[in-house]
Design a binder for this molecule. Structure first.
Ligand code: GTP
Ligand code: MG
Length: 334
């Protein structure tokens, strides 16, 4: 078992959802390690060729084919960039999908949180501006851990404390993976809805639009103006529970669109992520060196640096600090 596989054991123990469990198991079986070792193996070959040239410094020979090295470096860059990008998803699976429930005061955000976690977690009242601080609760839906965050309703605050709450709401929205925008179908004009959504979508975070309090509507045809503007709205009643299963399904699908469940390798460790970033930087230096027709000794340095950072992932290169850090996460003897 190499270092990244050993780390996966710790992840497995700490996993809170089916998805993070699967991810840890995959890493433990060595899929990720093999990928990295393969990349590293290819680069080692070139490193040795370049270094061999150094031994024949005076004779001006080139053992390492520069074009082949460039092709390989580009290929490695592509794979590494894909792995780096996968961290966004990997991190989310491991630590939970930060999901902010936002909307105007009294739209039923706290009622919705309580309904999904099946617990009276947040205070509910008919007074607008009830929730002033954020309330967070984790729950597994469809095998994925969601961290639901109930927030203060968005409006012009009437006092200083509420104002702080609204500011915090915006802060939470900017840090979240998904925003559930909740509105009251019995008390919201389609124009105002569009206005609010325009503002939210500017952040670029996926917004799931949810119409609440459908139990208040005697005639469901009243929903049509909303649906016309935003075809993907999910309608629920946080009070009766109607539509909640659809909402949960929509949450899972919002994530699934991001590549969950594919066979692609997903990076979930911040340590691996950092090493991949450092590798990419070193490979960029190799490419720049090739473009500038740098001498072999300079290139050898950059290639070695890339090898070093790749080796950190699987433990071929380790330092005491690194090992200490990783194994402090295991509770030995427990
Ligand atoms: N009829 C009906 N009433 C609901 C529903 N959901 C919430 N309510 C009521 O709406 C009022 C406000 O609910 P809250 O959950 O406190 O609303 P909120 O969005 O958290 O409000 P703030 O914290 O003030 O921003 C309460 O009286 C709830 O009982 C629903 O689906 N149907
Ligand atoms: Mg509330």
């Amino acid at each position: 078992m190499d270092l990244s596989q050993a780390e996966a054991v710790a992840d497995l123990i700490a996993s809170h959802s089916a998805a993070s469990h699967t991810l840890a198991l995959k890493q433990m079986r060595g899929g990720f390690s093999n990928r990295i070792k393969e990349l590293r193996g290819k680069l080692v070959h070139f490193a040795s060729m370049v270094e061999l040239e150094l031994d024949f410094g005076e004779e001006d020979v080139e053992f390492a084919d520069r074009t082949a090295l460039e092709n390989l470096t580009n290929e490695l860059q592509e794979i590494i960039t894909r792995l780096i990008r996968s961290f966004q998803l990997g991190n989310v699976i491991k630590s939970g999908v930060s999901t902010v429930i936002a909307g105007r005061p009294n739209s039923g955000k706290s009622t919705l949180l309580n309904r999904i976690v099946q617990e009276e977690r947040a205070i509910v009242s008919d007074i607008p501006g009830t929730t002033r601080d954020t309330i967070e609760e984790a729950i597994s839906i469809g095998g994925i851990l969601f961290r639901l965050i109930d927030t203060a309703g968005i409006r012009e605050a009437t006092d200083a404390i509420e104002k702080l709450g609204v500011e915090r709401t915006y802060e939470k929205i900017s840090q979240s993976a998904i925003v559930v925008y909740l509105f009251d179908v019995s008390n919201m004009s389609p124009e105002l809805l569009s206005h609010d959504l325009k503002r939210l979508k500017a952040d670029g975070i996926p917004v799931l639009v949810v119409g609440n309090k459908i139990d208040n509507l005697p005639d469901r045809r009243a929903l049509e103006p909303y649906t016309e503007q935003h075809p993907k709205i999910v309608y629920v009643s946080a009070k009766t529970g109607e539509g909640i299963a659809d909402l949960e399904q929509a949450l899972v699908e919002t994530l699934a669109g991001k590549g969950l469940g594919t066979e692609d390798t997903i990076v979930s460790s911040a340590r691996h992520y950092d090493s991949l970033l450092a590798t990419r930087e070193a490979l960029n230096a190799v490419l720049a060196g090739l473009a500038n027709q740098n001498t072999g000794d300079l290139m050898a340095l950059d290639i070695r640096r890339a090898l070093h950072h790749l080796g950190e992932i699987t433990g071929e290169i380790t330092t005491d600090d690194l090992l200490e850090n990783i194994f402090s996460k295991f509770c030995i003897g427990k």
